[in-house]
Ligand binder design. Structure first.
Ligand code: GTP
Length: 419
């Protein structure tokens, strides 16, 4: 399935964190641990870092576009006013134009094209750095050439580009920092070796270090703030979607995921099955072992159920209390009934002791499975869940710890009275 920009920067797009995944990797725990550990070094753990980089690429699109636009317009304006308003001497126009149109403009145009064509590319930071290098080479070249003609091109422009890059390019701080230091060092060396600035050289040195410091401090604090916002926002988003006890999707997120999978199955003409699972005699378990032990048992069963999902669009969630829902995508009735049977058996094989059960000496579950064929068309989630629920209670009535499965049959549409 094609990812939308929002999917690109969701944790759920990271490996092992697809929709529906629960206890195996708890995104909320990962995020909470990172918040506790802090991130003053501007680096998350590996799983979060790659997700954050994706987010930075996606969320920085507008910011990068504005930086490129400002650079483009800036070069154009300088070309238009250099002679008329800035008083650039005639013999200087040719070499400066060469640097503007031969070096600076091409890198800005290339960068603009790249960001427009591949806005979320993993190479975007490199492309922005290329623009930074191109602009600085052009500006330093202009300063050297101009000084030989006794004209002063502001040396501070390199520092201005550093501040602009730190605040608008959305490049990670640790990539931008070496580039900024090298650019400042190159500007200082150029100033001392090739430009005869006299006593002004020290003023330029001071200005360059001041702008570098401002850029670095601004870059650090803005990335820290972006990381903080992303971490907390993502945590909130997950907490609103996951059941806090089992780590499975909560009721709302479960229904959303089921709707999404059902619509996908309809579009792609895929058969699937929805199972409603209920732990047997769980009230008796709580009475016998206590609610805390009940919580642990619920989590273990949830883990087992979640482990039966195999595909990205398979769904597993907590419907409520000790009831769970599973959707298995792609398989005929026989295959998916076998999978449901294996899942029921896996719950039993966990052998979580249940001395108060009349069914078995350990925790068991009853399963109602409703099969939907691609020929059924677009079915209503409510109807399929209703059918799975009826089958589940048929299993309960027939002694529990069993799978009852049936094909979905759409309720007949009332015929209109003719004539
Ligand atoms: N520990 C714990 N218990 C829960 C939780 N949610 C629901 N329950 C318990 O699950 C039990 C469900 O009981 P019933 O609906 O009577 O069903 P049952 O005892 O499992 O019996 P059958 O489903 O007919 O086999 C109740 O005792 C609830 O308190 C939970 O989050 N934690």
């Amino acid at each position: 399935m094609k990812s939308s920009p929002t999917d690109i920067y969701s944790l759920s797009a990271a490996p092992g964190m697809q929709d529906g995944i629960g206890p195996r990797i708890r995104p909320t725990r990962l995020l909470q641990a990172q918040i506790r550990r802090g991130f003053r070094a501007l680096r998350f753990g590996n799983a979060l870092e790659s997700d954050f980089c994706r987010y930075l690429r996606v969320s920085g699109r507008l910011s990068r576009a504005s930086l490129i636009t400002v650079s483009f317009v800036g070069i154009l304006v300088i070309i238009l006013i250099d002679q008329a308003l800035l008083g650039v001497p005639g013999e200087l126009v040719r070499p400066t134009r060469l640097l503007e149109l031969g070096v600076m403009m091409p890198v800005v145009v290339f960068c603009g094209f790249f960001c427009w064509r591949w806005p979320y590319s993993r190479y975007i930071e490199g492309v922005m750095l290329l623009m930074f290098v191109g602009m600085n080479v052009g500006m330093m070249g202009q300063r050297v050439v101009a000084s030989h003609h006794g004209f002063d091109v502001p040396a501070e422009m390199v520092g201005v580009t550093i501040v602009a890059m730190f605040s608008l390019a959305r490049i990670r701080f640790w990539l931008m920092l070496p580039a900024a230091i090298v650019a400042t060092a190159a500007a200082v060396a150029t100033e001392l070796l090739f430009v005869d600035a006299g006593a002004n050289a020290y003023y330029h040195l001071f200005a360059a270090s001041l702008l570098l410091t401002i850029g670095v401090m601004g870059g650090y604090s803005s990335e820290y703030f972006i990381r903080w916002t992303w971490l907390n926002g993502t945590l909130l988003r997950y907490m609103s979607r996951l059941d806090s006890l089992t780590g499975l999707l909560n009721r709302q997120a479960l229904e959303d995921a089921l709707e999404k999978s059902i619509a996908h199955a309809y579009r792609e003409k895929i058969d699937y099955a929805i199972a409603m699972i209920d732990i047997d005699a769980f009230g008796a378990y709580n009475d016998y072992y206590g609610h805390q032990a009940g919580d642990v048992a619920l989590s273990e069963v949830a883990y087992t159920l979640d482990s039966s999902t195999r595909r990205p669009l398979d769904v597993c969630g907590r419907f409520g209390g000790e009831e769970f829902v599973l959707l298995w995508m792609d398989g005929n009735a026989l295959e998916l009934t076998t999978l449901a049977e294996q899942t029921r058996a896996a719950v039993e094989q966990n052998q979580i002791p249940h001395a108060a059960s009349t069914v078995a000496p350990w925790v068991t579950a009853s399963v109602g499975v409703c099969h939907v064929s691609s020929s059924d068309g677009l079915v209503s989630l409510k109807d399929v869940l209703g059918k799975a629920d009826r089958l589940l209670y048929e299993g309960k009535a027939r002694g529990r710890n069993r799978v009852v499965s049936e094909r979905f049959v759409a309720a007949p549409v009332a015929r209109r009275a003719s004539g």
